[in-house]
Ligand binder design. Structure first.
Ligand code: GLN
Length: 185
């Protein structure tokens, strides 16, 4: 299986060792040829406004929406979750592929970023050290969205079919449990 890492900006390289450890190869996705060559895609954390700008500039928005609608598994992390969201309180929705509303930078500035123990019992991790970095807050979920973990009374790990999002950064821990889960879709 070839796991795509959207490589326009942000923390895409931090996923490589998790993917390799689980026995798969990766390809950094920057254009349509790359996108056609991958079986699934991780949209990393970073800066959603910058990634949105590049997605548009490289003509990737519609092809990506089409692949996701056709069932390609995709996991958005933090900024990636913002890009996937159906709507964004304080900005434009881009891919509109996940039935959630998010509010960018809802927990404050960079210095308010922190690690919190989140109950991810669904993955057998009752106290996962979830690293939130200028995270968005999921403020509403549509009917098809399963909430798999919450923090501070908001969903932080959600899934709708083959589309998954975390508002924190599992790739910055040594634990590949989220990658393992996503690669099992
Ligand atoms: N605050 C960033 C944004 O709005 C997201 C931060 C992150 O991905 N860690 O895009």
């Amino acid at each position: 299986m070839v796991v795509g890492l959207l490589g326009l900006q942000g923390a895409f390289l931090d996923h490589r060792h998790h993917v390799a450890r689980l026995g798969h190869s990766h390809r950094v996705v920057r254009d349509l040829e790359d996108l056609a060559a991958v079986d699934r895609l991780i949209i990393p954390g970073g800066e959603s406004t910058v990634m949105a700008m590049y997605l548009k500039a490289y003509g990737l928005v519609e092809p990506l929406k089409e692949r996701i609608a056709a069932g390609m598994p995709v996991w958005g992390i933090c900024a990636g979750a913002i890009l996937l969201a159906e709507s964004v309180d304080n900005g434009p929705g881009i891919l509109k592929s996940l039935g959630v509303t998010v509010r960018r930078n809802a927990y404050g500035r960079q210095d308010a970023s922190d690690v919190h123990a989140v109950d991810v019992s669904v993955l057998d991790r009752p106290a996962f050290p979830a690293l939130f970095i200028r995270a968005p807050r999921i403020t509403a979920c549509g009917p098809g969205v399963s909430v798999l973990a919450t923090h501070d009374q908001a969903p932080v790990f959600v899934r709708q079919g083959t589309v998954m999002a975390t508002t924190f950064h599992p790739e910055l821990t040594d634990d590949a449990v989220f990658h393992d889960y996503f690669l099992g879709f």
